[in-house]
Design a binder for this molecule. Structure first.
Ligand code: AMP
Ligand code: MG
Length: 471
């Protein structure tokens, strides 16, 4: 549905991602901050843009809602980037649309900063995700539980088509629209599926494979999305809709941060199962397109789900081997990993730092790793097993350490640092901590002294237990 952003009172530019603008081929030459703030607040719509809000449906915490949609987001338009890829540019917090229901269509500054930081951190970590192009303050307040300064976030996505977009048409039994949408998704994201004799099945399979890869990457870095509703899962395979997301500090497989996830549906270790559940909802939508014979179509869909269930553990153990610096497969690797995780859980050690200190152990400095554990005997036993296993391979310790340091980040966007950034911005209008954190999280695999504060796990009084939605 066509809709224009609602202008805001006094937009001010907080951040503009110039390298990304460059990649997109945006013509921002000679634009000052005032002009950029006008564009990225929605006050000035770029020439030729025909902004719109998209409809979608979705399962929210397992309950189907037939009509959701961009309630506080407006798609400015698409661009073809320097590499020829089509990318969406979307404003978030730019005013009401016909999908706003009771919402105000606005965003508070805090969640805008969080999404900016985490999107760019994901990019730096090599994890597919929507990107942050700009953030502005609006000069207006939004009413939440308390009044808060407002912001507008501009994100860039491979597309904003979600599992829920398919559900929107399936709920209306609009098979023609489903077919048109599927053809569009194939052309835009999975052109190789066109070569298949069953292109819609090939598309479903490809979407499932990308989700499998994505969720695995999340688990590897301790990321918890927080709201994996079907409307928050992009069929492109990018991480999207960073709401109450968080990277865990101390390891626990059932970790939950989101204040609205009381049942732990979207807990850390539940994410692969939930992704599969979401893919099952997508598969249901596609049944009418898969085959004229419904039973055959159901079998095809089930095949994709069975493949996902088989592929995930393989993908996971392969990721974990890489984290442990192992290049080959050996019997007992799974146990080696599980035993480390169990040890980590018992000692409540920091997930990120444990793996990072294990890199040091590969280059003969095991003390930092050992020092993390309460049960030293168990830690030593495990180290011994890992060393013996690694010794079966030809890499030197230094080579192994280097390879491990390229996959085990030193810096993740830690919750307590994000909270500090938000507090400084919201309470003191101070954006220096935000900019500093953006710099630090852009180099996750380095241990630069100037960013050491971003490597540290939270002290007890700094720990964050709950994160909240963007709304
Ligand atoms: P989320 O789970 O944060 O992605 O949002 C779920 C749904 O609520 C989406 O359809 C949003 O567009 C809508 N929504 C969230 N916040 C607002 C708001 N402030 N105004 C209008 N709609 C909103
Ligand atoms: Mg959403």
């Amino acid at each position: 549905a066509a809709v224009l952003p609602t202008p805001v009172k006094a937009p001010q530019l907080i951040a503009f991602n110039r390298p990304l603008a460059e990649e997109l081929g945006l013509d921002v030459e000679g634009m000052d901050d005032e002009r950029l703030a006008a564009i990225f607040s929605g006050n000035a719509v770029p020439q030729g843009a025909e902004p719109l809000a998209m409809a979608y449906a979705g399962h929210q915490f397992g309950n189907f809602v037939p009509q959701l949609g961009d309630g506080r987001a407006i798609l400015l338009g698409e661009v073809i980037d320097r590499q020829g890829r089509r990318r969406d540019i979307q404003l978030k917090g730019s005013g009401p649309t016909r999908f706003s229901r009771r919402g105000d269509g606005r965003a508070a500054l805090g969640p805008v900063l969080r999404e900016y930081i985490v999107s760019e951190a994901m990019f730096a970590l090599g994890i597919p995700a929507t990107r942050a192009l700009a953030a502005v303050t609006t000069g207006e307040r939004v009413q939440r539980e308390i009044g808060l300064p407002g912001g507008v976030f501009t994100r860039v996505a491979a597309s904003h088509i979600r599992v829920g977009t398919f559900q929107f048409f399936a709920a209306r039994e609009d098979t023609e629209a489903l077919k048109a949408l599927s053809d569009y998704v194939i052309d835009r994201h999975y052109p190789e599926a066109r070569q298949s004799e069953t292109p819609y099945l090939a598309m479903l399979q490809a979407i499932a494979e990308r989700q499998c890869d994505l969720i695995c990457r999340w688990l590897m870095v301790g990321f918890i999305h927080g709201v994996m509703n079907t409307d928050n899962m992009a069929v492109s395979g990018e991480t999207i809709d960073f709401g109450p997301c968080a990277f865990m500090d101390e390891y626990h497989p059932n970790k939950v941060f989101s204040s609205i996830d009381a049942q732990g549906r979207y807990a850390y270790n539940n994410q692969p199962g939930i992704a599969q559940w979401n893919i099952a909802r997508l598969a249901e939508c596609l049944i009418p397109l898969l085959d004229e014979d419904q039973d055959k179509a159901v079998d095809m869909a089930n095949g994709v789900l069975a493949d996902f269930a088989k592929a995930f553990p393989k993908r996971w153990i392969s990721g974990m081997r890489t984290k442990l610096g192992l290049q080959t497969e050996a019997e007992g690797d799974e146990q080696l990993v599980q035993d480390l995780l169990a040890l980590m859980q018992r000692s409540e050690v920091d997930y990120t730092l444990t793996f990072r200190r294990l890199c040091d152990a590969a280059s003969d400095n095991a003390e930092p790793f050992r020092g993390m554990f309460i049960d030293l005997t168990a830690a030593d036993e495990w180290l011994e097993r890992w060393r013996n296993r690694a010794a079966q391979e030809s890499r030197s310790g230094e080579e192994r350490a280097d390879a491990m340091r390229a996959v085990n980040p030193a810096i993740i966007p830690r919750n307590h640092r994000i909270e500090e950034v938000i507090a400084a911005a919201v309470e003191d209008n101070d954006f220096a901590p935000f900019h500093e954190m953006i710099k630090a999280t852009a180099r996750p695999f380095e241990e630069l002294p100037e960013f050491s504060v971003y490597m540290q796990a939270p002290m007890n009084h700094e720990r964050v237990f709950r994160t909240f939605c963007g709304t």
